[in-house]
Ligand binder design. Structure first.
Ligand SMILES: *[C@@H]1O[C@H](CO)[C@@H](O)[C@H](O)[C@H]1NC(C)=O
Ligand SMILES: *[C@@H]1O[C@H](CO)[C@@H](O)[C@H](O)[C@H]1NC(C)=O
Ligand SMILES: *[C@@H]1O[C@H](CO)[C@@H](O)[C@H](O)[C@H]1NC(C)=O
Ligand SMILES: *[C@@H]1O[C@H](CO)[C@@H](O)[C@H](O)[C@H]1NC(C)=O
Ligand SMILES: *[C@@H]1O[C@H](CO)[C@@H](O)[C@H](O)[C@H]1NC(C)=O
Ligand SMILES: *[C@@H]1O[C@H](CO)[C@@H](O)[C@H](O)[C@H]1NC(C)=O
Ligand SMILES: *[C@@H]1O[C@H](CO)[C@@H](O)[C@H](O)[C@H]1NC(C)=O
Ligand SMILES: *[C@@H]1O[C@H](CO)[C@@H](O)[C@H](O)[C@H]1NC(C)=O
Ligand SMILES: *[C@@H]1O[C@H](CO)[C@@H](O)[C@H](O)[C@H]1NC(C)=O
Length: 555
């Protein structure tokens, strides 16, 4: 799960906040120390305009000569980065960062390393030891922790003899789903509606985004409620790889990887499909992905929130995009969490992309077989780490070629990362609970952020061009800011913790300790989609939600 896809990515970007928040005292005080492979070029403003910093405010604070431990630690980190053997007048950069660069070589699986990464790695290593030492029968632990430990222990002691490709195929071959044509010699086209129920089912149960990517967050059009946002789909490679000629070798590697995974599944299930057929189907899927890539907007263009707010009722969706099975998609996605989903509206963030999908379905360029293979291959690739050693090896080989990852999972810390991404309040609880002076640390960060806001407001007040009305409005906004600092106040109440994580506990612990990695990772993804995503549709926005971005919380 290092390369999170689909809705995971959208949500995961936000959930890191839990752990990141609590390590903030160490890190905030540290100048961003970073070692990276390529230097980025400094961009000049396109219009050549010069910007000027507002004059400093006159607010003063007592000098921060502070003897507390946190300040000492931060000072030690800063001093440890300096290379005193270099004369700052000769090379200021080597003087300030020389020892940091020397002491923090870039790990094989990364292109850069910074102070945040080092702090996170220390935390993850400690969490790995805690999770590794928790016994499944330890009734003194919250059930949340037992569920997390079960996943962690399966993940690190991954059983190479297991082969779970057949289980994955059974999911695709269930009633009302498309099947997986390229590995199934008996495949025949089914009801076209099945494509949409399959897409919704895999997204809600296995956190797999394919043609669409849906997530629930505060409705920007009415901040008193949450809404379902439907975004463009998720592809396995960065968009440019499909389109620009210099990435052709990566596309070739990708085709080989998909083909190899499909071969493994074919052989595991003793299917009679030929290699030639597998390759033909694989190429058609990658062509479809290229069409989708051309219709997608790069992340850098997804910043205009007004353009991205397009509210549709189900009736309007039906009428506008007639070839998409909205009813099947939305019902398989939501009916368990929101029985009245048909009454709600959906916000489309990229209507242009949805239009292209509608046209591709209506046209004759892409066959239903290729759409079904696209879904099947994405499902296979997304789960290759959990299906058994041949699948895992094939996927990791591909990542090594394309992303230059050498230090490959499963490692203890990558298993912890999975948990932090998919079950944020499990590792979050363990970490916070292990910090004895957590309240003092929280107070420090609160003080620090209050000072930052005060300074900023001092700058606002000093602006001559801003009207008093606007200044007053910005003071009101600043006074009303919700500061989610450290961790939620309920986190250490184990009753509340287990209540929050009920879906994880129910779906993971019931599997028992003999569970396969495929089954437990599927249960984890299912509970994640329920708890952190779709279930929110039935809840009012929570401004104290530590997993939401500050912009959302303060909307
Ligand atoms: C030193 O830090 C502590 C918290 O760590 C704070 O209570 C105290 O006010 C600080 N002293 C100064 C002089 O800033
Ligand atoms: C248990 O914790 C100890 C340190 O307290 C550590 O050395 C050991 O690796 C941990 N065991 C597992 C299985 O993680
Ligand atoms: C590995 O998995 C196989 C099949 O799932 C099982 O029979 C075997 O007992 C497992 N071995 C270990 C060490 O867990
Ligand atoms: C999938 O199901 C169909 C019937 O619905 C069956 O003919 C086919 O053999 C099944 N394929 C596999 C691989 O189980
Ligand atoms: C905003 O949402 C609330 C809660 O769903 C609803 O009662 C209210 O009518 C909505 N307001 C508008 C202007 O749509
Ligand atoms: C949308 O269309 C489907 C058939 O394609 C129909 O079953 C459903 O009732 C329609 N929903 C609405 C709200 O119009
Ligand atoms: C927290 O800070 C107070 C003083 O502000 C100090 O007395 C106490 O020992 C600190 N607690 C811990 C656990 O460091
Ligand atoms: C701004 O706020 C101050 C104090 O709260 C008030 O005296 C003043 O009239 C306000 N000015 C405007 C333009 O709203
Ligand atoms: C802990 O959480 C439970 C469930 O939310 C709540 O009923 C209980 O009052 C809380 N206990 C404390 C000490 O806050």
């Amino acid at each position: 799960m290092t390369k999170a896809t689909g809705v995971q990515k959208v949500i995961l970007g936000l959930v890191i906040v839990v752990v990141a928040g609590v390590i903030a005292t160490v890190v905030l005080a540290v100048v961003l120390l970073v070692n990276q492979q390529t230097t980025t070029t400094v961009s000049t403003a396109a219009n050549g305009a010069t910007t000027s910093t507002p004059p400093p405010s006159t607010t003063t604070y007592p000098p921060n000569t502070n003897a507390s431990q946190g300040f000492k630690d931060a000072a030690a980190i800063l001093l440890g980065a300096i290379d005193p053997s270099v004369n700052p007048c000769d090379d200021f950069y080597q003087f300030t960062c020389g020892n940091w660069l020397k002491n923090h070589p870039i790990p094989a699986d990364r292109t850069r390393i910074g102070a945040y990464d080092v702090a996170q790695l220390t935390i993850d290593t400690n969490l790995a030891m805690m999770l590794g030492n928790i016994s499944a029968t330890d009734q003194t632990q919250p059930k949340t922790v037992l569920a997390a430990a079960l996943y962690y222990q399966k993940c690190v002691s991954y059983n190479d003899t297991a082969h779970n490709g057949a289980n994955l195929l059974a999911v695709l071959n269930g009633t009302g789903r498309t099947g997986f044509p390229m590995v199934d010699a008996n495949w025949a086209p089914s009801d076209p509606k099945n494509l949409w129920t399959t897409i919704g089912y895999l997204e809600s149960q296995y956190a797999l985004s394919t043609l669409f990517q849906s997530y629930v967050t505060v409705d920007w059009g009415n901040v008193t409620r949450n809404a379902l946002f439907l975004n463009q789909g998720a592809l396995s490679l960065p968009l440019d790889y499909y389109i620009l000629p210099q990435f052709k070798p990566y596309i070739d590697d990708y085709v080989t990887n998909l083909f190899t995974l499909a071969q493994l599944l074919r052989d595991e299930t003793s299917s009679k499909v030929t290699d030639a057929q597998l390759m033909d189907d694989t190429l058609k899927v990658v062509q479809l992905e290229t069409q989708l890539a051309l219709a997608m907007s790069p992340d850098t263009l997804l910043r205009n929130y007004a353009f991205q707010y397009n509210e549709y009722t189900l009736t309007k969706l039906n009428a506008t995009y007639q070839h998409i099975g909205w009813d099947g998609y939305l019902s398989s996605l939501l009916k368990d969490v929101d029985p009245h989903y048909q009454m709600d509206s959906v916000v489309l963030t990229e209507p242009g992309y949805i239009g292209v999908v509608n046209s591709l379905i209506a046209g004759s360029l892409i066959s239903p077989r290729t759409f079904a293979n696209f879904i099947g291959l994405k499902f296979l690739e997304d789960n290759a780490l959990y299906l058994g050693s041949p699948y895992r090896t094939a996927l990791l080989e591909f990542r090594k070629n394309v992303y230059d990852e050498n230090d490959l999972p499963p490692g203890a810390t990558s298993c912890v990362e999975d948990l932090t991404n998919m079950m944020p309040y499990s590792t979050g609880y363990l970490y916070v609970n292990s910090i004895p002076n957590r309240d003092n640390i929280t107070k420090d960060v609160l003080l620090q952020s209050t000072k930052v806001i005060e300074q900023f407001m001092g700058m606002v007040d000093s602006l001559q061009w801003m009207s008093d009305t606007t200044k007053n409005a910005s003071h009101t906004k600043a006074a009303g800011l919700i500061k989610n600092i450290g961790y939620p106040d309920w986190l250490l109440n184990t009753t509340a913790l287990d209540l929050y994580n009920k879906k994880y506990i129910d779906s993971m612990l019931s599997l028992g300790s003999a569970v396969s990695l495929w089954d437990i990772s599927s249960a984890l993804k299912y509970a994640f989609q329920r708890t952190e995503n779709f279930q929110l549709l039935e809840q009012a926005p929570d401004r104290k939600n530590f997993l939401a971005s500050p912009a959302t919380v303060n909307a």
